[in-house]
Design a protein around this ligand. Structure first.
Ligand SMILES: CC(C)(COP(=O)([O-])OP(=O)([O-])OC[C@H]1O[C@@H](n2cnc3c(N)ncnc32)[C@H](O)[C@@H]1OP(=O)([O-])[O-])[C@@H](O)C(=O)NCCC(=O)NCCSC(=O)C[C@@](C)(O)CC(=O)[O-]
Length: 302
C-alpha cells in the first residue's frame, strides 16, 4: 500500500464556492459570521470572496463588505477570486491574502464562465499574476473541468497538463485541479493528477472535488495515494457552479475531516466547530446540511 501524507491542508471554500450559487441573497453579516466560525475551527485558508462581475454572479456582490467585516486571525489566508485586473484591484483594497485566477481545461467552459478562450484568459491573468507578485500577495491558479465538462464532455489529459504548465509559468504558488461537475472516479482522478504532477510540484497541487456523483471522497483517497496534500471542501457541502447546471456542491468539509481523522492524517481543524458552522448556515438557508458526517454528529449530540 502506498504511504499517505501525514498531514494535509484543507482549504474551506464554502463562503465563496459554496454560497455563490444561492438564488436568495445571503446577507454579508451571515457570510461574515460563517467565515468567523470557520476561522475559529482552525482552517489555515478560507476562500471568502470573489471580485467578479455582479451581473454574472450576484451573490458575490457583497464580497468587499465581508472582507471588511471578518475577524482575521493572524496566519490565516483569506482568498478571493480575481478574473481580471478590476477584480485584482478590488481584492487588493479588501486586503485579500491570496488572489485566485481561475481558468479551465475546457474551451467551452472557459467561454461560458469567464467569456473568453483559454488563451485569452491566460493573457488576462498575466497582469494579475505580475501585480500579485509586485504586491507580495499569494497567487493561486484554479483549473475547472479538469475531469470533464458540462458543455464539451471529455477533456483531454493534454489540455489539463497544458493549463497546469501555463499556470506554473505565471508563477502560481498553488494550482487547483477541479472536478467542477463531480464526474471523476478514482482511476480517472489518478490519471489526471499524474499529468498535473508531471508539470508542477506535488505539494503545490490541490484536489477540488464536487460530489455530484458521490465520488469525491474516493477521489480524495486516490489523490492521497499520489501524495497530494491540499484539498478543497465546503462546509455542509454547500455549493454548485452557476455555469455548470446540475452540478452539486463541493465535498462536505465535515466528511473530509471525518475521513482524515479515520486515516490518522493531521488537519489542525476542530471537526465539532465545523459541524456547528454547517448547522448554522444550513439553518439560515432553511435546508438540511448535505454533510453526512455533519448530520450524524449533530444527531448524536441531540
Ligand atoms: C470575467 C468577467 C468579468 C468577464 O465578463 P465580461 O462581460 O466579458 O467583462 P468586461 O470586461 O467586458 O466587463 C463587462 C462589465 O463587467 C464589469 N466587470 C468586469 N470585471 C469585473 C470584476 N472583476 N468585478 C466587477 N465587475 C467587473 C465591467 O466593469 C463591466 O461593467 P459595465 O460597464 O457593464 O457596468 C465575467 O465573465 C465574470 O465575472 N465571470 C465570473 C464567473 C464566476 O465567478 N464563476 C464562478 C466562479 S468559477 C468556479 O466556481 C469554479 C471554481 C473556481 O470553483 C473551480 C471549480 O469548481 O471548477
Amino acid at each position: 500500500m502506498n504511504s499517505l501524507p501525514k498531514q494535509v491542508k484543507i482549504v474551506e471554500v464554502g463562503p465563496r464556492d459554496g454560497l455563490q450559487n444561492e438564488k436568495e441573497n445571503v446577507p454579508a453579516e451571515v457570510k461574515t459570521e460563517l467565515v468567523n466560525r470557520l476561522t475559529s475551527a482552525g482552517f489555515q485558508n478560507i476562500e471568502a470572496a470573489a471580485f467578479v462581475s455582479p451581473k454574472w454572479v450576484p451573490q458575490m456582490a457583497t464580497s468587499a463588505d465581508v472582507m471588511a467585516a471578518i475577524t482575521r486571525k493572524p496566519g490565516v489566508i483569506y482568498s478571493a477570486l480575481t478574473p481580471n485586473m478590476q477584480g485584482f484591484e478590488a481584492a487588493l483594497a479588501a486586503r485579500a491574502d491570496e488572489v485566485v485566477i481561475f481558468g479551465s481545461a475546457s474551451e467551452a467552459f472557459s467561454q461560458k464562465n469567464i467569456n473568453c478562450s483559454i488563451a485569452e484568459s491566460i493573457a488576462r491573468f498575466e497582469g494579475v499574476a505580475r501585480a500579485a507578485k509586485e504586491k507580495g500577495i499569494r497567487l493561486r491558479g484554479s483549473i475547472s473541468c479538469a475531469f470533464g465538462c458540462p458543455y464539451q464532455g471529455e477533456v483531454p489529459l493534454d489540455a489539463v497538463a497544458d493549463v497546469v504548465a501555463r499556470m506554473r509559468d505565471l508563477g502560481c504558488d498553488e494550482i487547483d485541479i477541479a472536478d467542477t461537475i463531480g464526474v471523476a472516479t478514482p482511476r480517472k482522478t489518478q490519471a489526471v493528477m499524474e499529468r498535473a504532477i508531471g508539470q508542477f510540484r506535488v505539494d503545490g497541487l490541490s484536489g477540488h472535488f464536487h460530489d455530484t456523483y458521490g465520488q469525491a471522497l474516493a477521489n480524495i483517497y486516490a489523490s492521497l495515494e499520489l501524495g497530494i496534500s491540499i484539498y478543497h471542501s465546503s462546509v455542509a457541502g454547500l455549493g454548485g457552479c452557476p455555469y455548470a447546471k446540475g452540478a452539486t456542491g463541493n465535498i462536505a468539509t465535515e466528511d473530509v475531516l471525518y475521513l482524515m481523522q479515520g486515516l490518522g492524517i493531521e488537519t489542525g481543524i476542530d471537526l465539532d466547530i465545523v459541524v456547528d458552522a454547517g448547522q448554522y448556515i444550513s439553518q439560515f438557508l432553511g435546508r438540511k446540511s448535505a454533510s453526512r458526517a455533519g448530520n450524524a454528529i449533530a444527531a448524536k449530540r441531540a
